[in-house]
Design a protein around this ligand. Structure first.
Ligand code: CA
Length: 250
């Protein structure tokens, strides 16, 4: 029988390319509803019905398999055995950067603040709509993915070399000074050469999903970046405008 429960999860199970979400929720009906909504969005969902099994999964999985246990944790606060705040606190104490979204029936400001203080990334008060939940999950996973853009390898394309960890860029062997946003933009472009990005996608990735502002911001930064990278900014060879879509690199 198909089960999402972490206590039944075999470390030999094949690991797919989908984002894996650990859902820690003791109310069966809510657990089922959330799991179905997320699976419909293409996520792999694992469930834990109490704090202890969640914590056991999170601690044992990595040492058994070398795999990251999950890409996102959805955490109810009131749980049997070990409560959500303690799980959150423990994960951060261990230096685990996994994004955590707290789901709680408690709506008071103090709980919210406490949740964020112990290291949660976001907080959703029950009852919430599945649409809202899915949107928050997507935003957190996107942020996570951006953080895990390969950081160790040097990115090279034609005359441009980017050193992600040193935040340095060489263009035709000359050091170029980029603002943090320009650097992020170039890093993203160089990580996915020839991929076409819409302005909205670039805003999401570089400025973050919470950025409120105009997509013209992107155009302005692209112009600055071109002036620093291109030999002839009016005939760019690196950052190409794709009419009706956005931009691509290379
Ligand atoms: Ca609960």
């Amino acid at each position: 029988m198909y089960t999402r429960d972490v206590t039944q999860y075999s470390p030999k199970a094949e690991i797919g390319p989908k984002s894996r979400i650990l859902l820690v929720e003791d109310e069966e009906l809510i657990q089922e509803m959330i799991a179905l909504a997320l699976e419909e969005e293409g996520y792999e969902v694992l469930t834990a019905s109490d704090g202890r099994s969640a914590l056991e999964y999170l601690t044992n999985w990595e040492s058994n398999t070398g795999e990251v246990p999950c890409d996102l944790v959805l955490l109810d606060l009131m749980l049997p055995q070990i409560n959500g705040l303690d799980i959150c606190r423990w994960l951060r104490y261990q230096g685990n950067p996994v994004p955590i979204l707290i789901l709680s029936a408690k709506g008071s400001e103090t709980d919210r603040v406490l949740g964020l203080e112990v290291g949660a990334d976001d907080y959703l008060t029950k009852p919430f709509s599945m649409r809202e939940l899915v949107a928050r999950c997507r935003a957190l996973l996107r942020r996570q993915r951006l953080n895990t853009v390969p950081e160790t390898s040097v990115l090279e394309y034609k005359d441009i070399t980017l050193y992600p960890q040193e935040c340095r860029v060489l263009v035709r062997s000359q050091e170029v000074n980029l603002s943090p946003k320009e650097f992020r933009l170039l890093e993203l472009f160089m990580s996915y050469t020839r991929r076409v990005w819409s302005r909205e996608q670039l805003l999401d990735q570089v400025w973050g999903p919470d950025f409120v502002g105009d997509s013209k911001t992107v155009d302005v930064h692209i112009r600055w970046l071109r002036e620093k990278l291109e030999q002839d900014p009016s005939h760019p060879e690196y950052i190409i405008t794709v009419r009706g879509f956005g931009y691509r690199f290379g």
